[in-house]
Design a protein around this ligand. Structure first.
Ligand code: NAD
Length: 474
């Protein structure tokens, strides 16, 4: 049986190992490195909730890993297996993830010991509102303090309950909606959040494979088009990663789910597979593919890019040697264990780390927070003005060329950017710049030979700079 406390400790140890591995290249003083590493505050709370005449006690935790930038930011997960070390590990990762993609937040994470599956909506609402109240009591939530988001077992509904509770206690505060992200669009959420992590994964992979010299080193051509891809986990992140990669010409040859996989060396049709899975609740027997017995054996099949987008610890010491993909793109958090990583790196595999690759979610959450603070939808002020100037340009070109565009062509050319366009553009820019920074760090430090160490290195240095500027560490 899995010991979840031990698993949490293992996860925290792994994060610390990656941190130490990168920290030693920074040349920063010990005291500074210790401060950047440790969790700044941990708050544990128990409270009673009455349900159907019975009173039950629930335990919640909120970890704020780093206050070098405020607010702190990170999801709240609902699971009976939540452990303190697991939440600490996730909060720590959030700090470095935000730093890598230049999102000006410190890292945080929360957890509540509750089974979302076995709890009624009424109980979930009561527990969520009470947890939010406990956080409000201690000043541990607020647009400029700490901003939760959805995580495992929570979604837009829980975020709406948290926002409503916070707004009730902060009546008249026009920034109040920014106390939490991942809300429904009608309550201050943002368009483009649903696909953000998968789209960010695609942008990250595209940037990585665009460097010809890096691809040559691992025996691949540059570019997404024609790359054979296997995806593990066809949920939010897996599906969107597959969709955007396919749109850019990649061939999705395999998709693995917990019940097994479907494979077609000429390519699966991602939309048809989604439709099939929604109708049949499985990817097995998909008419466009052949069944593969289990999810783990799919990881070991030949391909150019493997995208684990399901769970942590999927590639371990015992199967790392069998991975044939040349690039492993970590869309999930922690899919490769520390020992497995050593094996993969020795075999010249290129690992695009979770820390960077799945940061699209927090990046777009940042945009949602900005939207809430400015109280205006992105695109509202400029869209029509943009369209007018594009129309003036088209009118001019039509006049001098004496050629007329049809209505459809004109609409495509003159359309102004709406919220989704702006969010996607911001995400694309973020993922491109962050990858270049990580790559640059590798090029300037020949001792750093993998992207994960480089990403941690970049993040540690940015956080150190904040402390230096505060004058805490001269
Ligand atoms: P999800 O629940 O929508 O999808 C996960 C999918 O994986 C599900 O379809 C599930 O059936 C499948 N799965 C479960 N066990 C499996 C197994 N053994 N083999 C193959 N497939 C399996 O979750 P998601 O939001 O897509 O998140 C996936 C991963 O990405 C997680 O590690 C999560 O922490 C990480 N992540 C998600 C976001 C986000 O914005 N959603 C952001 C950052 C990181």
């Amino acid at each position: 049986m899995i010991n979840h406390e031990e698993e949490g400790k293992k996860f925290l140890d792994t994060v610390m190992y990656y941190y130490e591995k990168a920290a030693k290249h920074t040349g920063l003083p010990e005291g500074m490195l210790e401060q950047i590493k440790i969790c700044n505050s941990v708050y544990k709370v128990s409270f009673p909730v009455e349900i159907d005449g019975e009173v039950k006690t629930f335990e919640g935790i909120r970890v704020q890993h780093s206050h070098h930038k405020m607010p702190t930011k990170g999801g709240i997960r609902y699971s009976v297996y939540v452990s303190e070390d697991e939440v600490k590990a996730l909060a720590t990762l959030m700090t470095f993830k935000c730093a890598v993609v230049n999102v000006p937040f410190g890292g945080a994470k929360g957890g509540m010991k509750i089974s979302p599956r076995n709890s009624s909506p009424k109980l979930l609402e009561k527990v969520t509102r009470r947890f939010a109240t406990e956080l409000i009591k201690k000043n541990l939530i607020g647009p400029s303090l700490d901003v939760p988001a959805p995580d495992y077992g929570t979604g837009a509904k829980e975020m709406a309950w948290i926002a409503d509770t916070y707004m009730t206690f902060n009546y008249g505060n026009t920034d109040a909606q920014g106390c939490v992200t991942g809300k429904p669009v009608g309550l201050g959420g943002i368009r483009g959040r649903t696909e953000a992590t998968g789209l960010g994964t695609y942008f990250g992979i595209r940037e990585c494979v665009s460097f010809k010299e890096d691809m040559t080193k691992i025996g691949l051509e540059a570019g997404v088009a024609g790359k054979k891809v296997i995806i593990q986990g066809f949920g939010n992140v897996g599906y969107h990663s597959a969709k955007f990669l396919e749109e850019d010409g990649a061939i999705i040859i395999g998709v693995a789910e917990y019940e097994g996989g479907t494979y077609n060396e000429n390519g699966l049709n991602v939309e048809e597979l989604l439709k099939y899975r929604t109708e049949n609740r499985t990817v097995l027997d998909f008419p466009g593919g052949q069944n593969v017995e289990d999810s783990i054996s799919m990881l070991e099949m030949p391909c150019d890019i493997l995208v684990p987008a399901a769970l942590e610890n999927q590639i371990q010491e015992h199967n790392a040697d069998k991975i044939q993909a040349k690039i492993i793109a970590e869309a999930a958090n922690g899919p490769i264990t520390q020992k497995a990583e050593e094996i993969l790196l020795k075999k010249n595999k290129l690992i695009i780390p979770d820390l960077y690759l799945n940061a699209g979610g927090v990046t777009v959450s940042y945009f949602e927070w900005l939207k809430n603070l400015s109280n205006v939808r992105f695109g509202r002020m400029g869209k029509r003005a943009e369209e007018k100037s594009y129309n003036r340009i088209v009118d001019f070109v039509e006049r001098i060329t004496e050629k007329k565009l049809d209505t459809r062509e004109r609409t495509i050319i003159t359309q102004g950017a709406d919220e989704e366009d702006i969010v996607r553009s911001g995400l694309e820019d973020t993922m491109i710049l962050a990858y270049r920074e990580i790559r640059e760090a590798m090029m300037q430090n020949p001792d750093i030979t993998d992207l994960r160490t480089a990403a941690f290195y970049v993040a540690i240095r940015k956080i150190a700079l904040s402390y230096e500027m505060m004058g805490i560490f001269p």
